[in-house]
Design a protein around this ligand. Structure first.
Ligand SMILES: Cc1cc2nc3c(=O)[nH]c(=O)nc-3n(C[C@H](O)[C@H](O)[C@H](O)COP(=O)(O)OP(=O)(O)OC[C@H]3O[C@@H](n4cnc5c(N)ncnc54)[C@H](O)[C@@H]3O)c2cc1C
Length: 512
């Protein structure tokens, strides 16, 4: 609609050699031209384009397509940081390797992924802040009391569906903070090394892929947790979800990004073995075989079951230990990567087609390993942050939230832990009940945990999170209280029938 120039990424071909994608500054509209009835300036010759029209969300951002037909730009309008062309058409670049140049060029796009991770964490926080506030105020159905209705947040299902994601959002928040540190170290030039850039690429891909998906799940869950009110546009969650939808796709599709992460994990795994002697390699193979034997036979499970025997509290206490959680999460990533690496070994010597088929056959496990790596990154960031919290009470509550996040991952992947002999069935059985205890422990802090994110009504912009629901509930309760006190409260048909039956029974008894 409005752009007069664009940065166009296109192949740079000179002297009949394709040097790959480069960025060009290209004027696209004539700023002096006559605007059409919609206020648009005319395209320059050879340039065309159209709007993408209505989208599934994010309609506040314009998207469209441009096309070019023999458009000429001056040689000097090549954005030449990573490559330039002399007047005679000779290409030069400060980065010699075409592969590394391509990835360096793409590397500047990492800023988008870093921002998306932050936006996804924020969207999760907003959805949860709205839903928790509403759940603490809305009353629905009577429980033990005949007159007092229960607040939603006290229902078992509600506690779990909101408090577990609150804990995970804290993990995502701290992981994002670490990502920003890494981003700053590279882009400020403090530590702009190829290794640091590679770490930034991998971490941004891992976190963006997991946090955007998580936000979508959270927004759906919080929408449902607010019932019909959650479906009203005035309560914000549906719009947030619609806008968040494309985050799973743009700046890199999540599945594709996770493959990038997995490839890095595989490369790092391979590096461990670089330069080691055949003797050392043999030892690694034997140790790995031993490790597999240990985990895959009931040996280790039996030992664990023995030490847990008869004492579920001990089993639960063990799971609360940070080192146990770290060991369980790390072991899962390492084992998954090692398993895939082992399975892919024949690809090294195979023809390209067989190698590609083999890789493809293990794509699902690869992506799963990358996801497990992202989960571990978040857990580590959360744990690292705990050490910086000075207030004892806050640290205690957040440690419980960290445990809840760690154990929710173990519960999510319980089948893997059982199948791979990492948890005894006895210990596995304690995971869910211990998780429920942690949820109950956090229940009184649920409102504080979401308030701590610092969003006021001006940020939440949701009627149900403005105190309106509490006012409505208080008014209704006061009305019924007054009615009961006045003695004018109508009887329910059910209690009337009960009274009639009782009267009939007593008159029969007197007659006999
Ligand atoms: C609203 C919006 C705004 C955008 N803005 C910009 C922008 O400003 N600049 C820009 O350059 N781009 C932009 N994009 C493009 C965006 O980056 C791409 O849509 C995105 O990277 C996905 O690529 P694709 O659409 O070609 O999907 P595809 O690559 O066709 O993917 C389709 C599906 O196939 C799967 N898939 C693809 N390849 C593989 C594989 N190798 N293995 C397994 N599965 C695979 C994916 O997981 C996905 O589910 C935007 C897109 C949208 C929707």
């Amino acid at each position: 609609m409005h752009a007069t120039a664009a940065v166009v990424f296109a192949q740079l071909i000179t002297k009949n050699v394709d040097h790959g994608v480069h960025a060009f500054y290209v004027p696209i509209r004539d700023p002096q031209g006559e605007r059409d009835e919609q206020g648009r300036l005319p395209f320059l010759p050879g340039v065309g384009g159209e709007d993408d029209g209505q989208k599934g969300g994010l309609n506040g951002v314009d998207n469209g397509r441009l096309h070019f037909d023999h458009v000429r730009v001056p040689r000097t309008d090549l954005l030449a940081r990573y490559g330039s062309v002399d007047a005679d058409g000779t290409y030069s670049s400060p980065i010699d390797s075409p592969g590394r140049r391509f990835f360096t060029m793409l590397g500047s796009l990492v800023q988008g992924r870093v921002s998306l991770d932050g936006a996804a964490v924020t969207a999760s926080k907003l959805g949860l802040a709205i839903a928790v506030r509403y759940a603490n105020e809305r009353r629905q159905f009577t429980g033990a009391s005949a007159t007092e209705e229960v607040v939603l947040m006290d229902y078992g299902t509600h506690k779990r569906r909101l408090i577990v994601p609150v804990a995970e959002t804290y993990a995502a928040h701290f992981a994002h903070e670490r990502l920003l540190d890494l981003f700053h170290s590279v882009f400020s030039g403090d530590e702009d090394t190829p290794e640091q850039r590679e770490d930034l690429e991998t971490t941004a891909a891992a976190l963006k892929a997991t946090s955007t998906r998580f936000a979508l799940d959270v927004l759906q869950e919080t929408r449902e947790a607010c019932g019909g009110a959650g479906f009203l546009t005035e309560n914000r969650i549906t719009s947030l979800r619609a806008d968040m939808d494309v985050y799973a796709t743009f700046e890199g599709d999540n599945t594709v990004l996770l493959q990038l992460v997995a490839k890095r994990l595989l490369a790092d795994y391979g590096k461990q073995f670089k330069g080691i002697t055949p003797g050392q390699m043999a030892r690694v193979v034997v140790e790995r075989a031993g490790d597999m034997a240990l985990h895959r036979t009931p040996l280790k499970r039996a030992a664990q079951a023995l030490s847990d025997a008869g004492d579920p509290r001990r089993a639960a206490g063990h799971l609360r230990d940070a080192e146990t959680q770290r060991a369980l999460l790390t072991d899962r990533v390492e084992t998954m990567v090692a398993d895939v690496a082992q399975a892919l070994r024949p690809a090294q010597k195979a023809d390209p087609e067989t190698a590609a088929d083999l890789f493809n056959a293990h794509q699902v496990e690869l992506v799963e390993a990358a996801r497990a790596h992202a989960e571990l990154l978040r857990w580590e960031a959360f744990t690292q942050a705990l050490a910086t919290i000075e207030d004892e009470g806050t640290r205690e509550v957040l440690t419980t939230a960290r445990d809840l996040y760690g154990l929710s991952l173990v519960e999510r992947h319980l089948a893997w832990y059982l199948l791979n002999g990492r948890l005894s069935s006895q210990r596995a059985r304690t995971v869910t009940s211990y998780l429920d205890r942690l949820i109950d422990r956090l229940r009184p802090h649920a409102q504080d945990l979401v308030d701590a994110w610092g969003y006021g009504p001006e940020h939440l912009r949701a009627k149900i999170a403005s105190g309106a629901e509490k006012e409505r509930q208080d008014e209704a309760r006061a009305y019924y209280r007054r009615l009961r006190a006045s003695g004018d409260e109508p009887l329910s048909e059910k209690s009337l029938r009960k009274a009639e039956k009782a009267a009939k029974r007593s008159s029969l008894a007197t007659r006999h």
